[in-house]
Design a binder for this molecule. Structure first.
Ligand code: SF4
Length: 157
């Protein structure tokens, strides 16, 4: 059964949200409210555009040029069940998954509800956006406190 995801927007082809060519889903809803956030419209948790995850999987399937899916936001961990379902379906197609979050990987792994989405992601880009640490030179992050974590390597220690 496909779960419903509250979606702020979809970019069918992106090269700025992780390695290679990616379909990026901006999820709706974020509790972090970082000063200088690039997209405060994504903060509201109210249902806006509800998409079945299977619709997004079809978009991915229909583009053979894609390397993977990026879940961005908002914060995908506020809709962890639907995002995990989507991530696992995309990985089953042989593609990779990048997930952005304002939480740290340590906090997410300690939370049994949110942990599955960390495990379904190949890379996690973690931490809140800090305006004073804003960077335009580090790939794929907005501020230098954020980390691009290879989840498999991180878990292997
Ligand atoms: S985590 Fe991202 S979407 Fe949420 S407030 Fe911070 S910068 Fe904005």
């Amino acid at each position: 059964m496909a779960l419903l995801l509250n979606v702020a927007g979809v970019v069918p082809e992106s090269i700025v949200d992780g390695p290679g060519l990616r379909l990026t889903v901006f999820t709706q809803g974020c509790r972090h409210h970082c000063r200088g956030c690039h997209n405060p419209k994504t903060w509201s948790m109210r249902p806006q555009n509800l998409w079945e995850t299977s619709k997004i999987v079809s978009l991915v399937q229909n583009n053979p040029l894609l390397d993977g899916l990026t879940l961005s936001g908002g914060d995908p961990f506020e809709q962890v069940a639907a995002c995990t379902e989507l991530a696992l379906a995309v990985k089953a197609l042989g593609l990779n998954v990048v997930t952005y979050t304002g939480y740290t990987i340590e906090a997410l792994l300690a939370d049994p509800e949110r942990r599955p989405l960390v495990l379904a992601s190949d890379w996690l880009i973690d931490g809140r956006f800090e305006q004073s640490l804003k960077t335009l030179t580090q790939p794929f992050v907005g501020s230098s406190n954020q980390r691009m974590i290879d989840v498999g390597r991180y878990l292997a220690g």
